[in-house]
Design a protein around this ligand. Structure first.
Ligand code: SF4
Length: 397
């Protein structure tokens, strides 16, 4: 792999941003060079591409709930503050009624999707997973189930002695609608080996998501920065995601529905004080570069759980077109610190989008708009009326 110095990057700069702005595909050296350019210049190109590749007036989000059905896990990632061993007093596995109670709360606020993931719990039989899916489908008709990260699927393959096709067919028959692409982190195995020696390797991550896409399941791609990875490794991660998206679109007619990127949180983990994490500047830089590099992905999310609402709002001018989801009950990122919030209300996400100058829209998993909330109603009638008037005057000036 070619190593790029800041001087090399400076030489590439004049034509590079113009090429990116035209929407032309960048190679690995060119994507790596973007990290050495001034962020405002890179962000301007990213925002211009965001306006072309997704609805320029709208910022979307989804009403959903995270459900972590168990926190027992035998993978033991160094960056994880969520998992417990089965002997720890606060370890748990939810029964189906407990899962249902959480979904009823989601249904009450008009939610349409659960994102259900756990630790890798060696005590659970295959029937727990299939029974859980069947239970949710039987009792919550309008709810999509996107569940089980590639790490959990890899575990099930080994634990239950099933080949991947048979396993996915079994889960789909029980009610699975999609696989979240969690566990992407940095898809370079030397970075993964340091952060989590037992973690799923990149080839398995792609193998499992490719099979899911082949079977028509919803998938999403992810990235986490801040392990101490190099710019070249970040660029490699993005280009591997882009290659898989090309393949899936060509061979299956659909690929990753969106791209979500956040920064590593290390509080209460074994990486605390040992991994650099990422500042707001670095996060916004990475987001901008992702928008430029992922020329086959229109839907790019801002991460408020890791970066907080204010940085997420700024991200809407650094390439992001979506605020992710309400995530009622996010446990994994928040256990390791995060932006201080475990969930967002509809009002908060509407406010972020509206105040940034966009029309907020509630979407489904595939980023199709379900409805436009009435901003005045959601934010409270009369709230900020004078401000609205002032803005309207400003907009016309
Ligand atoms: S990140 Fe997931 S796989 Fe790793 S220890 Fe935590 S729960 Fe287990």
């Amino acid at each position: 792999m070619m190593r790029l110095t800041p001087d090399d990057a400076a030489l590439l700069a004049p034509g590079l941003l113009a090429k990116a702005e035209r929407g032309e595909r960048l190679n690995h050296a060119e994507v790596t060079a973007l990290y050495h350019l001034p962020l405002p210049d890179v962000a301007a190109v990213a925002h211009s591409l965001r306006l072309k590749r997704s609805d320029p007036d709208t910022v979307t989000f989804l009403i959903d709930r995270n459900i972590n059905y168990t926190n027992v896990c035998n993978v033991g990632c160094n960056f994880c503050a969520f998992y417990r061993t089965k002997r720890q007093k606060d370890s748990y596995t939810l029964d189906y009624e407990q899962v249902s109670a959480k979904i009823i709360e989601l249904e009450a606020v008009g939610g349409s999707r659960i994102l259900m993931q756990g630790g890798v719990n060696p005590e659970l039989p295959l029937e727990y997973y299939t029974g859980l899916l069947r239970h949710v489908k039987a009792h919550h008709k309008g709810i999509r189930i996107e569940a089980f990260s590639p790490e959990e699927v890899l575990f099930m393959e080994k634990q239950f002695g099933l080949d991947l096709d048979t396993l996915l067919d079994t889960l789909i028959a029980a009610g699975l609608d999609g696989l979240p692409g969690a566990g992407g982190e940095i898809l370079e195995d030397d970075v993964r080996a340091k952060a989590a020696p037992a973690r799923i390797r990149s080839a398995d991550w792609f193998r499992i998501l490719d099979a899911a896409q082949r079977k028509g399941l919803y998938t999403i791609s992810t990235m986490v920065i801040g392990f101490g990875e190099t710019y070249a490794q970040r660029a490699s991660h993005l280009l591997k995601i882009r290659d898989q998206q090309d393949k899936a679109l060509r061979d299956y007619g659909h690929g990753f529905a969106g791209f979500a990127m956040w920064s590593l949180q290390t509080e209460h983990t074994r990486l605390a004080g040992k991994a650099p994490g990422a500042s707001a500047h670095e996060y916004l830089q990475q987001l901008s570069i992702a928008r430029i590099a992922l020329d086959n992905q229109p839907n790019i999310q801002a991460s408020w759980p890791a970066q907080g609402f204010k940085v997420a709002q700024a991200a809407l001018y650094y390439g992001a077109s979506d605020l992710g989801s309400t995530m009622l009950e996010e446990n994994v990122v928040s256990a390791a610190g995060g932006g201080g919030r475990h969930s967002a209300t509809i009002r908060e996400l509407v406010r972020i989008a509206h105040d940034a100058g966009y029309k907020p829209a509630i979407r489904n998993s595939y980023f199709h708009i379900l409805r436009y909330p009435d901003v005045n109603e959601v934010l409270g009638l009369g709230l900020g009326a004078e401000l609205e008037e002032e803005r309207a005057v400003g907009a016309g000036a």
